[in-house]
Design a protein around this ligand. Structure first.
Ligand SMILES: [Zn+2]
Length: 330
């Protein structure tokens, strides 16, 4: 877990804004911050660092990592004056009741120190009613309170929200920068696994970290790699074998699709791929036009998944279309 602004990779402009906001005199602190950017760019991590910095008792660099407030912030139970609200497991909309509860909490003074922080994760999942419930307190929170919102997709956020926040965009790193960070953060990792993690993430550290730390995500990426190879080599039976693993696993398939899409895109720009993991000869077979055709196929399938077309049907359709992309396009 990253516990300081220094430990956070890249995004130096955003970091310098937040570092100033967290300075002990509070001169540059604003009532609400909105951290937005692609999933995996570290928004939740950075929200946690900023929250810790705001409640930190250190006199200089915050979060100091040493004071009792920092120990609580980064500990198992968290800090009592840092409250985190997110969409409940299995739901895809932020319930308005949750925003109302946060609003009540906003007017309760901090218990431990001078400052209180309320974090809303994935604020794009707020609907109109939830956003409305938040507006007033977001605009004029009590002096002790700071809001931090995170959001993957700014365009799906009700537009009344960003105008009341300091919006800060987080970016992916260059693959090289990500590699340097991963080598430092995982000095004992198996080099082969680390290579795969880099291939999986590109410059997206969150994806690389998930590959290294979450077995299920790693498994899905391995499947995506096998599928892309099978497609490039026109091995139809292998295409079907890999896809059969996702029979009955809708969520897994939903994760597999963008991974295959990204790999094909990377293959089309083969220079980014470590030659021994994705041989150049193989990458050459996935031309930009084929990668583009696969991208459109993935979008079509995602669209059909939203309207609940049978998964078995979609798996068969996907395999058939992947094969025909290799046969027809180019
Ligand atoms: Zn501290």
């Amino acid at each position: 877990m990253i516990r300081s602004f220094d430990g956070f990779a890249g995004n130096s402009r955003v970091i310098s804004v937040l570092r100033r906001a967290a300075a002990p005199d509070g001169r540059f602190l604003r009532p609400a911050y909105l951290l937005y950017g692609t999933a995996g760019t570290g928004k939740k991590t950075l929200a946690a660092i900023l929250a810790a910095a705001l409640v930190c008792e250190g006199k200089e660099e915050r979060p100091c990592g040493e004071c009792p407030a920092c120990k609580k912030s980064f500990g198992q139970l968290g800090h009592p004056d840092v409250l985190r609200f997110r969409t409940p497991e299995g739901k895809n909309q932020f319930p308005v009741e949750l925003v109302r509860r946060a609003r009540e909490e906003a007017y309760v003074r901090p218990t431990d120190g001078e400052r209180k922080v309320i974090i809303f994760e994935n604020a794009e999942q707020m609907n109109g009613a939830s956003a409305n419930a938040l507006l007033k307190v977001l605009e004029e929170p009590p002096a002790y309170l700071t809001f931090i919102l995170t959001c993957d997709n700014l365009s799906s956020l009700p537009e009344t929200i960003p105008s009341r926040c300091v919006p800060l965009e987080l970016h992916e790193l260059t693959p090289r920068r990500a590699e340097q960070w991963l080598l430092r953060a995982y000095p004992d990792a198996d080099p082969e696994k680390l290579d795969k993690a880099m291939l999986c993430g590109g410059g997206n550290l969150g994806r690389s970290i998930r590959y290294l730390e979450d077995e299920r995500s790693a498994g899905i990426f391995e499947s995506a790699l096998q599928l892309t190879r099978a497609m490039a080599e026109g091995r139809e039976f292998d295409l079907l074998t890999v896809l059969a693993r996702f029979e009955g696993d809708r969520n897994g398939f939903l994760e597999l699709l963008p991974a295959v899409d990204r790999l094909a895109g990377q293959a089309a720009r083969a220079a980014f791929l470590p030659a021994d993991r994705f041989p150049a000869a193989l990458a050459a077979r996935i031309s930009p036009r084929r990668a583009e055709a696969l991208h459109r196929l993935v979008l079509t399938i995602q669209e059909r998944m939203r309207v609940n077309v049978s998964l078995s049907l979609l798996l068969a359709f996907f395999a058939g279309q992947m094969k025909s992309i290799m046969e027809q396009v180019d």
